[in-house]
Design a protein around this ligand. Structure first.
Ligand SMILES: Nc1ncnc2c1ncn2[C@@H]1O[C@H](COP(=O)(O)OP(=O)(O)OP(=O)(O)O)[C@@H](O)[C@H]1O
Length: 283
């Protein structure tokens, strides 16, 4: 029996501006099971961040719904003042946007631990969280600027996970990191979230990392999910022409990469017209 999804997003639409509005996300739905890592991939500007932000409620949705363990996730502006949705945590590309430069990292980790305890979940102490993300527990009294970028991102991840979220939404969490630490941080995110039974939506441009850590992948193109399925199935047998182009653009070992573009003779709109809706595989 498949576990009930921890996250259910349905018909998400995000628009910017008016006359005419730019439809950045055009009716996207997906689910994430507990302990499952779902990757969201697609070229720059296809709407990944807009979708991620709409899911956690920091971006206004034109329409659509998001449920976390069956409870509706309201956009931030509509939540009661002071109500935090600690069951849903987000990790951003830049760890500086998640960490307060004026507070010791231990105190910031403690906020997450407190939220977990308040919900009746077991909380670990801040030093233990530093240890879990591969940092010296004795560093709890330091400030964010005393850490490298990679270390700060590990702390931001620990801070998000310390709240024991049911769901983690990570928007390009590794792309600002040193290439040598990207894979290890991504693998760490996977192991910690799976261990905690949290679902994760993982956005990345690095398709080799996606292949390593994601159970399932959603391929987004021009605001829509054009293909979704088990990661290996999508890699072995991509159904949508855009997915094929995207996978063909994986950087080659010698560093040469091709940019994912529609075939020269294709009408870009035609890609979507020919294949209406997402190509969903049976899992
Ligand atoms: N605040 C905003 N106001 C107006 N347009 C926006 C805003 N945020 C995003 N957009 C536009 O919406 C579209 C989708 O952007 P989004 O950042 O969601 O894409 P993305 O796939 O995450 O891109 P990237 O991989 O480069 O981060 C783009 O055309 C972008 O220019």
């Amino acid at each position: 029996m498949t576990a009930a999804p921890v996250l259910e997003a349905d018909g998400i639409v995000v628009e910017y501006g008016r006359r005419p509005p730019l439809r950045a996300v055009d009716g996207v739905g997906f689910t994430v099971a507990p302990g499952e890592v779902v990757a969201l991939v697609g070229e720059s500007g296809c709407g990944k961040s807009s979708l991620a932000r709409a899911v956690v409620g920091i971006e206004k949705r034109r329409s659509g719904s998001v449920r976390l363990n069956g409870d509706e996730v309201k956009p931030l502006g509509l939540r009661r003042r002071g109500t935090s949705q600690t069951g849903l945590q987000m990790v951003f590309q830049d760890p500086n946007s998640s960490l307060n430069p004026r507070r010791r990292v231990g105190d910031q980790l403690q906020d997450g631990v407190r939220a977990a305890l308040a919900r009746g979940d077991a909380g670990s102490d801040p030093a233990d969280w530093l240890h879990r993300v591969g940092l010296d527990p004795a560093m709890v009294d330091r400030y964010p600027h005393q850490f490298s970028g990679g270390q700060k991102q590990r702390i931001a991840i620990a801070r998000a996970l310390a709240a024991r979220p049911r769901m983690l939404v990570a928007d390009e969490p590794i792309s600002a990191l040193d290439a040598s630490t990207q894979t290890s941080v991504a693998a760490l995110m996977r192991s910690l979230s799976v261990e905690a039974g949290a679902g994760m939506l993982f956005i990345s441009h690095d398709l080799s990392v996606v292949r390593r850590i994601a159970d399932r992948v959603l391929v987004m193109y021009r605001g829509r999910v054009v293909e979704s399925g088990a990661t290996e199935a999508v890699w072995q047998d991509p159904l949508h022409p855009y997915t094929r182009a995207l996978l063909a653009a994986i950087p080659l070992p010698d560093g040469e990469g091709r940019v994912p573009v529609a075939p020269a003779d294709a009408d870009r709109e035609g890609w979507l017209v020919e294949v209406p809706g997402a190509l969903e595989r049976t899992l």
